[in-house]
Design a protein around this ligand. Sequence first.
Ligand SMILES: *Cc1c(COP(=O)(O)O)cnc(C)c1O
Length: 219
Amino acid sequence: MSIAENLLSIKKTLPNGVTLVAVSKTKPMSDLQEAYDAGQRIFGENKIQEMSEKQALLPKDIEWHMIGHVQTNKVRQMAEYVSMIHGVDSLKLLEEIDKQAAKHDRVIDCLLQMHIAEEETKFGLDVSELMALLSSEKLTTLSHICIKGLMGMATFTEDKIQIEKEFKHLKNIFDTAKSSTTSNCQMAILSMGMSGDYELAIACGSNMVRIGSSIFGTR
Ligand SMILES: *Cc1c(COP(=O)(O)O)cnc(C)c1O
C-alpha cells in the first residue's frame, strides 16, 4: 500500500478527538510530501537537525513535533518554528525552551515525558518528580512555554497486559495532573501509542498517537 493509503486507512480508525502525529524520522522528503498531499499536517521527528532540514524545504503550514530526547544546547535550533516538544523531562529544559521561545516572541507547547516503562533506559519523570515540577515556583515565571499534557512510551514487549497496565497508569497520572491548571499549564493532551500499540493506547485514554512505520513502512 502507498503512504497515502496507509494514512487514510489509519485515520479512518481514529475516533474523533484523537490527533495523529505522522512520525517521519529517517524518511526522505518525498515521503513527507506524499503524506502532506494526502492531507497530513502534523509530523514528528526525533532529531533536531533532521527536522530543521525538512522544515526548511517543506510547506510552511506543517506543524513540527519534536518527539525525541532534547539536549538543552540544541533547543535554539528549533525554537523559531517547532510546534510541540513531547520529550520534556526537566525544569532545566523547560527554562531553556522558555528562553529560546522568548527570543522569537513565541509560546512553545510542551508535553512532559513520563517514565512508565520497565526499561531503565527510557527517559522521563516519575510521579513525584512530576508533582515537584508542577508545583515549582520557577514554573510560574515561564511565560513562553505552555505545558499541554503528558507523553509516555510503554515497555517494548509483546505482552499486551503489561502495556495496558502502563498505559492505564499514565492515564491515571494524567487525570490527577489535570487538576493543576495555571496560565502556562493546561493539561489536555495525552500522547501515547505508536504503530504497534496505538489502538490499545486509545482504549486507555490517549488522544494523541505517534505513528511512523504503519504509515511510512519500516525504517
Ligand atoms: C519512532 C517513534 C515513534 C513511532 O514509532 P513506530 O513504531 O514507527 O510507529 C513514536 N514515538 C516516538 C517517541 C518515537 O521515537
